[in-house]
Write a protein of this length. Structure first.
Length: 143
């Protein structure tokens, strides 16, 4: 009793392997991928700012404040005095903008005033070159 273990041909030569061994290729690719990941710098999303060093000098004098109120019917009040019309307001804004050290403008609109009246005052200030303007009294709009 015998058993045939080899190829059926009688030549005794082994068969040629036609498939490529991909294991070494995968190993090389993994090594290259790891090297690439290690050498790439970490991406940082930072904004670089030049911050001032030391304490700022104290202000020489407190800033001058101009209070502008816009009443519920659109009436503009400049430091307690009613401004009669728009050209007068533009003249006051131009005078304010021409000063070398502009005072701060605090704009306080009434809760019931239309937006266009407040926007008109802000647009006039911007057009005339007033740079220090802010809205005050916003706590009335929190309800």
């Amino acid at each position: 009793m015998s058993m045939n273990v080899g190829p059926s041909g009688g030549s005794g030569d082994p068969e040629v392997m036609v498939e490529m061994n991909t294991t070494p290729l995968i190993d090389v690719m993994l090594v290259l991928l790891i090297m690439l990941i290690i050498t790439i710098p970490i991406q940082t999303h930072a904004v670089k700012l030049n911050m001032p060093v030391g304490n700022p000098p104290p202000p020489v004098k407190p800033p001058e404040i101009v209070r502008i109120e816009v009443d519920f019917d659109g009436t503009v009040i400049w430091d307690g005095q009613v401004v009669p019309d728009r050209p007068t307001l533009e003249g006051k804004m131009a005078t304010l903008a021409a000063l070398p050290d502009q005072p701060e403008v605090h704009l306080r609109p009434n809760k019931l005033v239309l937006y266009k009246s407040v926007a008109m005052v802000m647009a006039t200030a911007q057009r005339r070159g007033v740079t220090k303007i802010g809205l005050v009294g916003n706590e009335q709009f929190m309800n």
